[in-house]
Design a protein around this ligand. Structure first.
Ligand SMILES: Nc1ncnc2c1ncn2[C@@H]1O[C@H](COP(=O)(O)OP(=O)(O)OP(=O)(O)O)[C@@H](O)[C@H]1O
Ligand SMILES: [Mg+2]
Length: 571
């Protein structure tokens, strides 16, 4: 529809000079009466109104379509990006993905909107204008006036080539500028505490200077291009006036034809100038479309395989201590793209309803190990079993809704504390409050200005490190998932609160399987089994008592922390 409206505008535009021609010729021939003059004027007005109406319609439909394409494209892309594995976002910078998506999306919108409009205009209009020029001014005049325009076309085309790299540089400079500002604002606390404002300001100024240079280069090119386009197109009019005038004197072209010829010439200039630009829009659009398609084709590393089955957890009472809830069999794991395994030959199992604790030096692989269980990381085939079934055969949604996870880095959304705990899963207010109580967060919340409706995160109150951790715990335990994973999630709370939380957890953890990662003996000593990881291997395993007897890493950890506690108590 948009293209049809556009064609209507173009046709009406081609009619306009014809009205002028007829009026001029009748004027010259002395046949123009007041009445026919009024008819000519009315016709001109009608055509102008028609042009205005159809111009509105084509802009509205074509730009509307391109905006709708952008909208649905963006939704699809976002939905797709959400499916990609966590590791994809470790290996690709968020800023880059955002910049790409924004820029590429713009380019595609340009190509489908302006691109289509100008393509029709730039190909059809010059052709039609040329035909009309031939008809009104004859071959010789057309050929003579057209020569400078040909040169113009070539010139603009080569300009566009230079322009392309300039625009690219301009875009890069701008994205560097925004990235620098963004980073400085998020890191403002660090900058202030290390008194680096001056250095960061200078850093920003350097990037800003680069941005100015890139912009100036663009401005210089544009300043050069417009006057030269004007000059060369005036040349066409000079020829049209001089040579065309002579032809009128000779009598081989009518005065009306001369007037109309000049109008058509005027219509020709702009499309020819825009031709190079249109080619550029389409080229950029198709390159961008290619990049977006590549992103859309990116296969999620972790996805349901065909025939994936939901996780079935056997009845609680008769299986406690009998069924292996989680079993690792000789699991070796390396991160994609690295050859050195982070976990080596890991074998252990946790029975239904039991608690396993993992301790070990920082970087020993504890988080990696627990991230395999909700399949945030992919476990190799035949190495990890949940209730006897290979984890790769279990459907993701059923697995993840049965595994409550408190990750090491807590992340809260800019939303109310209630929504952060409930996390849009539709739990009742009582359940949310119960989870907050278990996580020892309830009393803190009661002191907030709007209780559970207090907005936290960037746009609201700032929670303390321990409050954030306890919010994350409440989020994981609400709805009592059968498997609970706590990855060092009590590190920011004092030992007394830790004990209280663990005591509360114990009451709800009856019948549930739990894995606790911690650096503190106090958090793990009551576990049914404790394993010690070192450089990706299990080096010790057993209960608290048996591990102390082994006089290894765990024993050292214990004596050191015992000492620390004694000092603390003495103070
Ligand atoms: N996404 C990743 N890609 C590559 N290597 C990683 C990735 N994440 C972690 N590692 C590496 O894997 C090793 C184990 O990391 P992991 O986070 O599992 O340790 P951790 O035992 O949880 O340590 P901490 O006690 O400090 O939390 C480290 O050497 C780390 O550098
Ligand atoms: Mg960790």
């Amino acid at each position: 529809m948009g293209v049809i409206f556009l064609l209507c505008v173009d046709t009406l535009q081609l009619i306009m000079p014809k009205i002028l021609e007829s009026a001029t010729d009748s004027l010259e021939g002395g046949t123009l009466t007041r009445k026919s003059l009024a008819v000519h004027a009315a016709a001109l007005l009608l055509v102008s109104v028609g042009i205005a109406v159809f111009r509105f319609l084509f802009r509205y439909t074509l730009y509307g379509v391109s905006r709708s394409i952008e909208h649905s494209f963006r939704n699809r892309l976002y939905a797709h990006l959400q499916k990609l594995s966590a590791n994809y976002f470790n290996t690709h910078k968020t800023g880059d993905i955002m910049a790409h998506v924004t820029n590429d999306m713009n380019n595609v919108t340009m190509a489908t909107g302006q691109g289509v409009i100008f393509a029709v205009d730039c190909l059809l209009m010059p052709a039609a204008s040329l035909v009309m020029m031939l008809q009104t001014g004859g071959f010789r005049l057309t050929a003579a006036s057209f020569a400078p325009i040909l040169i113009l076309g070539v010139l603009v085309f080569s300009y566009m080539k230079i322009m392309q790299s300039t625009v690219q540089r301009q875009q890069e400079a701008f994205s560097n500028l925004t990235e620098a500002a963004r980073e400085n604002f998020s890191g403002i606390r660090v900058i202030k505490s290390f008194v680096q404002e001056k250095h960061r300001t200078e850093h920003f100024e350097r990037i800003n200077e680069a941005n100015r240079r890139a912009n100036l280069r663009f401005t210089r090119l544009m300043s050069l291009m417009f006057p030269s386009v004007m000059l060369i197109s005036s040349l066409s009019f000079v020829i049209a006036l001089w040579y065309g005038g002579m032809l009128v004197i000779e009598g081989s072209v009518s005065l009306g034809g001369f007037v109309a010829f000049n109008s058509y010439l005027g219509m020709l200039i702009w499309p020819i100038t825009a031709l190079g630009w249109v080619a550029n829009i389409f080229k950029r659009g198709s390159v961008s479309l290619g990049r977006i398609n590549a992103l859309m084709d990116e296969k999620p590393e972790i996805a349901d395989r065909p025939g994936a089955v939901p996780l079935v957890i056997p009845g609680a009472a008769n299986s406690a201590g009998k069924t292996k809830a989680i079993e690792f069999r000789n699991l070796t794991f390396s991160y994609p793209g690295s050859s050195e395994p982070v976990l080596k030959d890991i074998s252990f199992s946790v029975d239904h309803g039991k608690t396993l604790a993992i301790v070990g030096r920082t970087g020993s692989g504890k988080s990696t190990l627990v991230n395999l269980i909700p399949r945030i990381l992919p476990a190799p085939e035949g190495t990890l079993f949940i209730y006897g079934r290979d984890i790769n055969d279990i459907s993701l949604s059923s697995l993840r809704s049965n595994v409550g996870c408190v990750p090491q880095d807590t992340f809260l959304f800019s939303d109310t504390i209630r929504n952060n705990i409930d996390f849009y899963r539709g739990f009742s207010a009582e359940e949310t409050e119960k989870a907050a109580k278990t996580a020892r967060l309830y009393d803190d919340i009661m002191e907030f200005p709007r209780k559970f409706d207090t907005v936290v995160g960037e746009r609201g109150v700032t929670l303390s490190g321990g409050q954030k951790q306890r919010t994350a715990i409440a989020r994981a335990i609400i709805g009592s998932p059968p498997i609970l994973i706590l990855d060092d999630c009590l590190s920011a709370v004092d030992t007394r609160t830790e004990e209280a939380i663990l005591r509360e957890l114990k009451s709800i953890m009856e019948q549930r399987t739990c894995i606790i990662v911690s650096h503190r003996v106090s958090a793990v000593k009551d576990a049914d089994e404790i394993i010690v990881l070192d450089e990706g291997r299990i080096i010790e395993r057993g209960t608290h008592e048996s591990l102390i007897g082994q006089k290894g890493y765990y024993h050292d950890l214990y004596t050191r922390q015992l000492l620390a506690d004694e000092i603390e108590e003495a103070e």
